[in-house]
Write a protein that binds this ligand. Structure first.
Ligand code: UD1
Ligand code: MG
Length: 466
């Protein structure tokens, strides 16, 4: 079998996932910020560039929406009534008939590795089998189909249909199979639903194949955790915990440093350069990339952001879809989002929110500010308490602040408004009109001192008045 071009991969994700006790379809339950389905699809994709399809049904529009965004190359097969895993394979027949072999995996085995899939396919080819599947020894086999081996080959019995003796078998079915398509096609119509659950079981195909003299191979894996099937909340937590440790171990080996690795969460799509240092309780998800020598402080959360080399992200910083250039410093207690861009060596400090704005090279927004829909040039200093009043109740308006500006504390920029290069604002100003290059704008009530007023007030207080 020529591996790379003729194997279609089919992921079954139409089931209700009743045991999760959740409104969300099981395939969309998340581990480290990504749906369960992500993991199977990524393993399949890194194995081969062949066609992939996902069977969807229960709340399938949520899944197809996700696939359209994140895995647009995957075909979608609808199983409107979920009558069992075998039925899912029947429904997808038109799709898999165009290949010589089809790899089938459930959408609920997030710890699966491309290596195991590859080994399965290699074994299948070498043995010229009609079906090969991965089995493993489970210390607690409950919930899995048991593998029954005999002289005639092997078959799988579901737990609900098993005798007490069969239930004691600890070799179980991982739910991952590869089929020769002509053999599969010759038996798939003969599945029956006469069993404890009234479902068309995919594993019964193996019995049909064996009965027809085809070769069925169980490829035993040494790993128990890799094929953990997620059917309940508890199993979801268990899989998440395994995945988390696996990712952290991988980045530790690659040269990232963790003060307390057991407290740090890093998603599967994140990249950490060497010498990145993460303090306890950091979370990084999505497609984030962290550059070499960058440090991230405790309780900071980074999503879909690019942080370059040598940045200092202090404690309690939340970054969502941002880009932070080399040497920038952020935090503590800052929130940057929606495409915020911080240029080289710039500084966004304490209690500052930056939304859809750019902060130029070496510029500083050190304290207590809201910068929204703004463009700030280079070497500009933004005083404490500065706010861009970007929303007029209908639309969001832009603020432009030039290079080498000095914005006095507590300045309000009523957008749309511009401050030219080298311009200054007086503290407490409400800027409603553009300020030309090099000017100082003072826009606040003129101060009036009333002589002796305070003294008089205090002396009346001492006489018992108020
Ligand atoms: C299944 C296997 C079991 C195996 C275990 C491994 C069957 C009958 N049993 O049991 O032998 O040990 O996986 O984890 O196959 N699905 C559909 N359409 C359906 C029903 C299910 O697409 O009509 C999908 C589900 O969304 C899920 C996958 O198939 O991703 C497996 O279904 P699930 O209900 O989890 O089967 P298990 O009881 O775990
Ligand atoms: Mg399952």
């Amino acid at each position: 079998m020529e591996r790379n071009c003729i194997v279609g991969a089919l992921i079954l994700a139409a089931g209700k996932g009743v045991r999760m006790r959740s409104d969300r379809p099981k395939a969309m339950q998340k581990i480290l910020g990504e749906p369960l389905l992500y993991y199977g699809l990524t393993a399949v994709h890194s194995l081969h560039a062949g066609p992939t399809a996902v069977v969807v049904g229960h709340k399938g529009s949520l899944i197809s929406e996700y696939l359209g965004k994140s895995f647009p190359g995957s075909a979608i097969v609808w199983q409107h009534e979920q009558l069992g895993t075998g039925h899912a394979l029947q429904i997808a027949r038109e799709w898999w008939l165009s290949f010589s072999h089809v790899l089938v995996l459930p959408g609920d085995v997030p710890l699966i590795t491309p290596d195991s899939l590859s080994r399965l396919i290699d074994h299948h080819c070498a043995m010229k089998a009609a079906c090969s599947f991965i089995s493993f020894s489970a210390s607690n086999p409950s919930g899995y189909g048991r593998v029954l081996r005999s002289d005639d080959g092997c078959r799988i019995i579901e737990e609900k249909d098993a005798t007490e003796d069969q239930k004691r078998v600890t070799e179980v079915n991982s739910g991952v199979y590869v089929f020769s398509v002509p053999a599969l096609d010759s038996v798939i119509d003969f599945l029956s639903n006469e069993n404890a659950q009234g479902e068309y079981y995919l594993p019964d195909i193996l019995t049909l194949l064996a009965k027809n003299g085809h070769r069925v191979e169980a490829v035993r894996s040494d790993s128990e955790t890799e094929f953990l099937g997620v059917n309940s909340s508890r199993q979801l937590a268990e899989a998440a915990s395994c995945k988390r440790s696996e990712i952290i171990d991988g980045w530790t080996d690659a040269g990232a440093r963790f003060q307390a690795p057991e407290t740090v969460f890093v998603g599967p799509g994140v990249t950490l350069a060497s010498d990145v240092e993460l303090s306890p309780f950091v979370q990084i998800y999505g497609s984030s990339t962290i550059g070499s020598g960058t440090t991230i402080g405790s309780f900071s959360v980074v999503r879909d952001s690019v942080i370059s080399e040598g940045c200092s992200i202090l404690d309690h910083v939340v970054l969502e879809s941002c880009s932070i250039a080399t040497g920038a410093k952020i935090g503590p207690f800052a929130y940057l989002r929606d495409g915020a861009q911080v240029a080289r060596d710039a500084y966004v400090g304490k209690f500052v929110e930056v939304k859809k704005s750019t902060i130029g090279e070496r510029s500083k927004v050190p304290h207590l500010s809201y910068i929204g829909d703004a463009e700030i040039g280079e070497d500009t200093n933004i005083g404490a308490g500065t706010i861009t009043c970007n929303y007029d109740g209908i639309r969001k308006n832009p603020t432009k602040i030039g290079n080498r500006c000095f914005v006095g504390s507590d300045t309000m920029f009523v957008a749309p408004v511009e401050l030219g290069d080298d311009a200054f604002t007086g503290a407490g100003s409400v800027i409603t009109q553009d300020v030309p290059e090099g000017d100082l704008a003072v826009a606040r009530a003129k101060q009036r001192n009333i002589p002796g007023w305070g003294k008089k007030k205090n002396s009346r207080k001492n006489e018992g008045g108020n």
